[in-house]
Ligand binder design. Structure first.
Ligand SMILES: [Zn+2]
Length: 551
């Protein structure tokens, strides 16, 4: 104190005034939070894609997150089926379908005796288009998401917005209390929402929809970013086991998209990397128009990038289309992070990147290389099962659903017809066991006694929510897919690592630099974010905090 003069005293007083004035806006270090959290879920991105195309990634995209952030190299999905709705719900709720109830994209609800779409909600109306594509809400999801918890923690002062090409990719992450969830309507080319969130679209969304953004992307067509002969990580461009989303006359690069602009056909953009760029364009508008990441009250932007899934289903993971998609996505991510640096401030936001599931190689491609493969067509098996059961028990429709590698028996019919559930169950299981490609047939009720490795058993029981699951489940042989398109394209949904091993990167505010090879799970993401943000875990969370991620 001896050396302090009048000036110093004055400065101290001034400082005291300043801190009083700033206190509501300036968090203390112990309660520090980023201004913005951005979730990036890349639909169908396998973990190995981080490395498969690493050499040609830019410095600012995947590599920036991998090298300057934290990389959880062994992140697994702890349940089946490994599909989009279950994945997005589990990432954001920190729990499994057995708890949050989103057991598939579609599931049969036994108590209602009908099938249901994951985000179906007939009590709400579409906002932004004159069709039923917006009759959606998160009401089928039984728990809160991390976004809901952020809202609760800040007395709803935080802003939460979900954005995706797919409805379920926007709705489930953003949670029940979101300010908005917007998804792409392939009938109109608009981003739409539902009356669950609002009565009319905000001005900025209307302006975006009126801007003709989709048509502008169609004008660009889709040619490869680099010369075709440099795509060394992919098979030759054209193969008869690929499907043809751009028309039977367009089997290879470059794809003409202008024709879709002329016909105002807004569907095909989903099968191009342009839809990722479109999603980021829309996200930038959201951040600016909704003033997200502008003050010390943390906001949450949940972005899901759906196109890699459409493209992967059509062309498979060993295609030029997939390689080009990831090289372009990397550039989009680099641009978006650079934009956030300016808009929100470098070090002021936290980003995580993960996937809702992976994907299997196309059986036809595996066949070429003598690798185990095959297809089982679930809908055909269900039909054959019903025919067999009719032959045995004299009744139609004894199996009412064959969704998600599960079969639901028609208990109400058995009760009214006085048929034995046990007899039909045994007959159905014996029939299914004889189908080529089906490795095991098990009964959920007898799961405890099943002779299966504990790790696999756990994946099935974690996916089991009784009212929304079948009575019997089947395990396919490794390399086999549910082949609904006659040998064209591929899919995902089963327990195996190619479907269940996903990338997980954290970057930015509060995140340490490093990596771990220790196994973590998809359901650990939300608790880790809860710890970083000093907020409550979602209401059904059973995941663990990945401690090394946190600074
Ligand atoms: Zn998919």
């Amino acid at each position: 104190m001896k050396k302090t003069g009048i000036l110093s005293v004055l400065l101290m007083i001034l400082g005291a005034f300043q801190s009083v004035a700033k206190s509501p806006e300036t968090p203390s270090p112990a309660n520090g939070r980023p201004k913005l959290v951005v979730g990036l879920v890349v639909d169908q991105m396998r973990w190995d894609f981080l490395y498969r195309y690493f050499d040609r990634y830019s410095q600012g995209g995947f590599k920036r997150m991998m090298e300057e952030g934290f990389n959880c190299e062994q992140t697994l999905i702890p349940y089946t089926p490994t599909v989009t709705a279950a994945g997005h719900a589990s990432i954001y709720t920190g729990t499994v379908p057995a708890v949050h109830g989103i057991t598939g994209n579609n599931f049969y609800v036994k108590s209602l005796q009908r099938g249901m779409y994951c985000t179906e909600d007939k009590s709400v109306k579409t906002v932004g288009a004159d069709n039923a594509n917006g009759e959606m809400s998160p009401r089928n999801m039984l728990t809160t998401s991390i976004c809901d918890e952020l809202k609760l923690a800040t007395n709803f002062r935080s802003k939460v917005i979900g954005i995706s090409i797919k409805d379920r990719g926007a709705i489930l992450p953003a949670g029940h209390s979101a300010d908005g969830a917007y998804w792409y309507d392939s009938k109109t080319g608009n981003f739409i929402t539902s009356t669950f969130y609002m009565a009319s679209l905000p001005k900025w969304v209307e302006a975006f929809n009126a801007s003709g953004a989709v048509l502008k992307y169609y004008e660009k067509n889709w040619a490869t970013l680099y010369p075709l002969n440099t795509y060394l990580q992919s098979d030759k461009d054209q193969n008869n086991y690929e499907s043809t989303p751009f028309g039977a006359d367009q089997l290879q690069f470059p794809y003409d998209l202008k024709r879709f602009a002329e016909k105002k056909n807004f569907g095909p953009i989903r099968f191009t990397p342009h839809a990722n760029s479109l999603s980021f364009d829309f996200a930038r508008q959201a951040v600016q128009a909704e003033s997200m990441g502008k003050d010390s009250v943390t906001d949450f932007l949940a972005i899901s990038l759906s196109s890699p899934d459409y493209i992967g289903h059509a062309f498979g993971p060993n295609s030029v289309e997939a390689e080009d998609t990831y090289l372009r996505l990397d550039k989009d991510i680099a641009d978006f992070l650079a934009w956030l640096d300016k808009e929100v401030g470098k070090g002021q936001y936290t980003v995580f990147l993960t996937a809702d599931h992976g994907v299997a190689h196309i059986p036809g491609f595996l066949e070429k290389h003598r690798l185990p493969n095959g297809g089982v067509t679930g809908s055909k098996v269900e039909k054959a099962l019903n025919a067999y059961l009719k032959e045995q028990f004299g009744r139609d429709s004894l199996c009412v659903a064959g969704d998600n590698y599960q079969f639901t028996l028609n208990k109400p019919l058995m009760d009214s017809a006085e048929l034995s559930y046990e007899d039909i169950l045994i007959a159905a299981m014996q029939f299914l066991q004889q189908q080529p490609g089906i490795d095991r047939v098990l009964e959920y009720a007898e799961m405890a006694e099943a002779v299966l490795p504990a790790a696999i058993k756990e994946q099935f029981s974690s996916g089991y929510y009784p009212d929304r699951c079948g009575d019997i489940f089947v395990i396919l042989k490794p390399g086999y897919i549910d082949d609904e398109y006659g040998g064209k394209g591929t899919t995902h949904g089963i327990w195996n690592p190619y479907d269940a091993h996903i990338p997980l990167l954290f970057y930015g505010y509060g995140v340490a630099k490093g990596k771990t090879y220790q196994r973590v799970e998809m359901i650990d993401i939300a608790p880790t974010l809860a710890a970083l943000l000093h907020i409550q875990m979602p209401s059904g969370s059973i995941g663990k905090v990945i401690a090394p991620v946190l600074k």
